[in-house]
Write a protein that binds this ligand. Structure first.
Ligand code: MG
Length: 279
């Protein structure tokens, strides 16, 4: 496989053979990302960045992956796992493993009273993009209006609700970490209009039954920050304080059936990795 790179106006053909064997393995393992493999510059005689094993401007520090961004903001980048592209529910199932039965319309899916749906694949820490539209025909009030939910790992919920001139308890309105934090602002669009959530979730870590690192949510609603790395206080609960209970490192993402025909489209996810990561 060949990558074409342009340095200082010179076209240089670089082959994968020039990569280290470890990089070769990674290149074959990961979809939608690559490294240029171009030589770095830097300084090999500088002190370390505090708390890190790398020197300042260290030329040996691993090159970040190259990812192609989506054509426009909100579109899936090249390394995203697309969970719904508007055509089919193949990435989704019911909790019992049966095929998901929500309605698929032209470019969207719609909640039907067939139960919540969850991804076939499991995820932990992630970046998640979800678009939703609450019903254009306004029915009900408070929690009965356009209610659904984006349940990360099936248990950490960002509330989906029609919060356009629809007052409810603040920690349960659109964008709330349900039962824990109201959104910083109410930036909801009108019923029937498409809206977006961009969610960065850091999964909690357990040592046996003990939480050694809580989960964290950072969320943008329609491009506006509504949670700035807030600490999750535990799994979602209704009318009860949240508590942590141990669970696997990865679990399916759930979209909630709350009895309202809310719509979803353009759903994609990227597992979160650290700096200098080969994963
Ligand atoms: Mg809900």
């Amino acid at each position: 496989m060949k990558f074409l790179a342009v340095i200082l106006g010179l076209a240089v053909i670089m082959s994968a053979e020039e990569s280290t064997s470890a990089q070769k393995k990674i290149l074959s393992k990961l979809k939608g990302r690559h490294r240029t493999g171009l030589p770095s510059d830097g300084y090999d005689d500088s002190l370390n960045v505090p708390g890190q094993k790398w020197g300042v401007h260290d030329p040996e520090r691993p090159e970040p992956w190259v990812v192609a961004p989506g054509a426009k903001v909100g579109d899936a980048p090249s390394d995203a796992i697309v969970l719904f592209d508007g055509t089919d529910l193949s990435a989704w199932q019911k909790a019992n493993g049966d095929d998901a039965e929500w309605k698929v319309g032209e470019g969207f899916m719609e909640v039907t009273p067939t139960g919540s749906i969850q991804t076939r694949e499991a995820f932990g820490s992630c970046q998640l993009h979800v678009e939703f539209a609450t019903p254009a025909e306004v029915k009900g009030k408070s929690q009965g209006r356009g209610n659904s939910g984006v349940m990360i790992m099936g248990i950490y919920e960002i509330q989906v609700l029609d919060s356009y001139n629809n007052r409810t308890y603040s920690d349960g309105q659109a964008g709330a970490v349900y039962g824990q934090y109201p959104p910083l602002v109410n930036v909801a669009r009108a019923p029937g209009e498409w809206q977006s959530f961009d969610i960065i979730f850091e999964a909690p870590e357990y040592d046996g039954d003990e939480v050694v690192k809580p989960g964290y949510f950072t969320v943008m609603h329609n491009g506006v920050i509504i949670h700035n790395r807030v600490e999750s206080l535990g799994r979602v609960a209704h009318k009860d304080p949240p508590v942590y209970a141990p669970h696997p490192e990865k679990l399916p993402l759930t979209l909630q059936d709350h009895g309202n025909p809310t719509r979803f489209r353009n759903i994609w996810i990227r597992p979160l990795t650290g700096y200098d990561s080969d994963e």
